[in-house]
Design a protein around this ligand. Structure first.
Ligand code: KG4
Ligand code: ZN
Length: 336
């Protein structure tokens, strides 16, 4: 079975193929970072328009690269949500048109399931597992007994971890998205000059709170000469990253203990963070748990993860009709 995946939930237009033999055959991403950078964040209407311009040429390019036609496909998988509804609709309408034109089964995919199954693209996941889902819009911990079954164990009470990276990066004058910038600059940072809060650290629940971090970073920056020196930015970046990663790692292993699982995973854009990967790997070794980080290219939004999730659903006989709708938000555990 060869599945075409389509992802347009936010600011990346992406198409991919996932096949029985060999998994991901192709994954093309057209980034809109330059388009949104001047606004310091994603502008929904601009994102929808860019998807509209880019999506069909990208599908065309994908098929040409593999010397395939629509007749060589066995199914279409598309992100139905959560995400920007206008952006999602471009992907959904295109997926329906392709499915209708080539008489293919269509399946809608929950974006977060896609992020989780990005781990499956490297090697079959060791299950049951707990997964830390950390992206621009989500921060939650999910128990996964098997592919297709998800139980939410807890999550953020306010901002997502990716949002915390992006907002604090903005205060440091760094371009959007800020996560990769903080990751890069923190490597030149000297520890110990600043200290940022780790809220709810002693709360027995699996909860996060990142909204206070902005205020603490703003206060730290207020005491520094302007324009900010490169070393000051690097030192703040290092401690912001430490504060975020500390609580993420703490909760991931708390959840693993609670569910008695032997494996932990990271998913979502923030899973590309070098420090998070390093700390999770070290802690997993210390506790004798299995951990393999997802490939960095499959951490941020991509269609390979959607094609993979769609492949699993189609193989299990799940199909959606041409009336498949988009959604701005819906919990993974209860969607479907
Ligand atoms: O999963 P994703 O591509 O989109 C959403 O579904 O939200 O995640 C994007 C988020 C952004 O907040 C971005 O700053 C963050 O992931 N991110 C990172 C890194 N790469 C992307 N955060 C920290 N370190 C990184 N290396
Ligand atoms: Zn995402």
């Amino acid at each position: 079975m060869r599945v075409l995946g389509i992802e347009t939930s936010c600011d990346d237009t992406s198409v991919a193929l996932y096949e029985d033999e060999g998994g991901v055959a192709e994954n093309l991403v057209s980034s809109q970072v330059d388009l949104h950078d001047v606004f310091g964040g994603v502008v929904p209407e601009l994102a929808s328009r860019a998807h509209l311009v880019n999506l069909l040429p990208l599908i065309d390019a994908l098929l040409k690269r593999r010397e395939l036609t629509l007749a060589d496909l066995d199914g279409v998988a598309v992100t139905a949500g959560p995400g920007l509804v206008g952006a999602l609709l471009v992907g959904l309408s295109t997926a329906k048109a392709v499915a209708m034109a080539a008489d293919l089964p269509l399946v809608g995919v929950h974006h977060i399931e896609g992020h989780i199954l990005a781990n499956h693209l490297t090697a079959p996941m060791v299950l049951p597992a707990v997964v830390l889902v950390v992206s621009g819009g989500h921060t939650e911990i999910v128990h996964m007994p098997e592919v297709g079954r998800y139980e939410r164990l807890g999550g953020t009470l306010d901002d997502a971890a990716g949002e915390a990276f992006d907002k604090t990066a903005k205060l440091l004058g760094l371009p959007y998205p800020g996560g990769p910038q903080i990751d890069r600059l923190a490597r030149q940072g000297k520890p110990g000059r600043f200290s940022f809060p780790r809220p709810l650290q002693h709360d027995p629940r699996i909860v996060f709170s990142f909204s206070g971090l902005k205020t603490s970073v703003r206060q730290a920056c207020d005491g520094l000469p302007r324009p900010l020196a490169d070393q000051d930015i690097a030192d703040v970046a290092l401690e912001v990253q430490e504060a975020i990663v500390d609580v993420l790692v703490l909760r991931l292993f708390q959840a693993a203990r609670r569910k008695h699982v032997q494996a932990v995973y990271l998913a979502g854009g923030v899973a590309a963070n070098g420090r998070l990967r390093e700390r999770t790997a070290a802690e997993a070794v210390r506790r004798g748990l299995h951990f393999l980080p997802p490939e960095r290219v499959y951490c941020t939004d991509n269609a390979a993860m959607i094609a993979c999730a769609g492949w699993h659903h189609l193989r299990a006989g799940r199909r959606d009709g041409l009336d498949l709708d988009s959604f701005a938000r819906a919990p993974l555990a209860s969607w479907r």
